[in-house]
Design a protein. Sequence first.
Lengths: 230, 240
Amino acid sequence: MLITLGRDTGSRRGASPAETFWVAKCSMKQQERRSPHDDPDVQLMLRFQNGEEGAFQQLFNKHAASVVNFAFRFLGNRARAEEIAQDVFLQVYRWQERYEPKAKFSTWLFKIANNHCLNEVRRGEYRVSIDTLDQPHDGEDEAPTRALPDQEGWPGDELLAAQETADRIKDILGRIPDTQRTALLLSRLEGLSYQEVAGVLGCTEKAVKSLVFRATQSLRVGLKDTLNTS
Amino acid sequence: MSHPLQEDLVAYRDSELSASKRVQIAAHLRSCMACTQESIQLGRVEAALASLERVSPSPDFAVTFWKRLEQEGRREPEILDERASGWWHIGEFEWLTNWQIGSVVAAAASLLIVVGYFLSGSFISQRSTHLTPTTPLAQQASIAKQARPNIPAQVQQEPQLFIDYAILASLDKFSYFDEIPTFPYMEGIGGGPSGLDIPSALRRDPSFFMHYQLLKKMEQLQYLESVLDTSGSGGASQHS
């Protein structure tokens, strides 16, 4: 590895010790991420395959919230997102024997979740709900769902501005192509690497890079006014 | 270094660039105000996105899940369930398209009907005890002729079709056959039900080939149905 680093950095002049250290760390990270068996969740899944039901429970407890969040951001409907998340884990349970540790467990999990979300979107029921999320419906007294962190103590203007930003983001997420939405949500909100997102979408890392960029650009354009005044 | 591509700048902020490229961009940002501003603006977009609430599953989420798991967890995926159809994009089934799924369903249904028919009392009880899986088709047809004297003549003449006759007689039991789409390349299958020409699309994509027999079978069924329809009374009246 040191030889490789020497070749990578040799052509650059003036690389600081900190940069050199970062290069080494980054290279190690790239090597580490290539082995699915290093993923503790893969080990849990393999234990589940061998009949240890408790391992599945651990996976459920660890990832349920992430899958609910992803589905909620994808669909814009919280109740349906929870149903989808349950469907996803039911499928993980049923497909335990077919599971092969070809990638990180989260890649497999979000691939399943993404397919379920795409099926929902293609049924054509959720475009509208994304657009109208947080808007009170006729005859409903229930307060609209908030999409912001704990808001206690927020000044009124800031709260309104933040809510407006959140609404705009949801609107943009509902309008960009599905693949861009998936790439953006998984990489930015669920912390997946481009490599993992590529595994979920079945494309190359380069394609993911492009998808994330285009989604970011859409957000940037859509939030232009908000960002310029912040 | 010239200004980095915006795409690279986004990837840089996501720590997704190669080590060498990251160092280059970091060095460039230290000396380029325009790119630094660009990076700051991207940071604001990221912050806005990150400010979205992370919803917590409702209190009864886990309870509901474990209850569902207990009730339906060990059941095999329902491939006819619309919501589950996307599962065929996973793993070894990734190459299946919707119409191929329909083909697989039809194949499974055909197999079940054929096996069910021959195992059921409706055939065995009426038919002699000599019928075994190794009985030649001609003999099967002869036996069946005795058991069902009103079988159309064309079916009797073509023993191979007799197996399909059982399927036809039970078509009303799986009406979803009608929902199976017409495949564009079927138009290229010439020569009628007994034609052996393999469409070029199948030659180009061997993965389709496993479905070819099924498609031929479906085509054969349509042909047999038309034969029975034009045979007047007799067998046609049994499956209409």
